[in-house]
Design a binder for this molecule. Structure first.
Ligand SMILES: O=C(O)C(=O)C[C@H](O)[C@H](O)COP(=O)(O)O
Length: 216
């Protein structure tokens, strides 16, 4: 049985509601995958996006998927083959920078809930027509940031977004205050140097601070 988009969207919405920030991770060394996921989950960010941008990404997803309390997804899904590989590695959801019919069909076939990307009203409407009402706004800052997303939300209040791309501790609150934003994606909670140096306590502290964003 394939996952209908509306169901897939419900699932990604549930995941997006778990924490205000979804760490966007680029994992270079599979040995760091598990402690990195443990630190982020311990800090209060259970939903993790591992970008398929490194040769180790799929192994990282496999490792991270065993961390209790975590929900590990695959980012940078571009082709149906990416979707199959992500699912086989144990990803519980997928994230894509944009959307193609082939990609959406592959996610439905593989039963992989997808957070598809859109940067314009037309792209978002096209996804909505296909059953997706939880969408990644990408690249958020470069596409006009929070004012653009607020403007898109006026005629399209039925769509909820996860802005990603250029989101930082400085601007995250502005996004999270919007009625049509549930969470935001960001890479700052796992800085490359900290991961490389195994500074898991520092990463947990960054996650903890991020987990409090949008709460006031
Ligand atoms: O590869 C993907 O599928 C992505 O989702 C790209 C991410 O949106 C950016 O890597 C976010 O990075 P920052 O702007 O540093 O927060």
């Amino acid at each position: 049985m394939t996952l209908a988009p509306i169901e897939a969207s419900r699932r990604t919405r549930e995941l997006c509601a778990l924490a205000p920030i979804v760490p966007v991770l680029v994992v270079d060394d599979v040995a760091s995958a598990r402690p990195l996921a443990e630190a982020l989950v311990a800090g209060g960010l259970p939903v993790l996006e591992v970008t398929l941008r490194t040769p180790t990404a799929l192994d990282a997803i496999r490792e991270m998927s065993t961390v209790p309390g975590g929900y590990v997804g695959a980012g940078t899904l571009v082709t149906p083959e990416d979707v199959r590989a992500a699912k086989a590695a144990g990803a519980t959801f997928g994230v894509s920078p944009g959307a193609t019919d082939e990609l959406l069909a592959a996610c439905a076939k593989e039963n992989l809930p997808l957070l598809p990307g859109a940067a314009t009203a037309s792209e978002a409407m096209r996804l909505l027509a296909q059953g997706f009402d939880m969408i990644k706004f990408f690249p958020a800052e470069a596409s006009g940031g929070a004012p653009a997303l607020k403007a898109i939300g006026a005629p399209l209040p039925q769509i909820t977004f996860c802005p990603t791309g250029g989101v930082s501790p400085q601007n995250a609150e502005t996004y999270l205050k919007l009625n049509n934003v549930l969470c935001a994606g960001g890479s700052w909670v796992a800085p490359k140097e900290m991961v490389k140096a195994g500074r898991w306590g520092d990463i947990e502290a960054l996650a903890k601070a991020a987990s409090q964003l949008g709460k006031i």
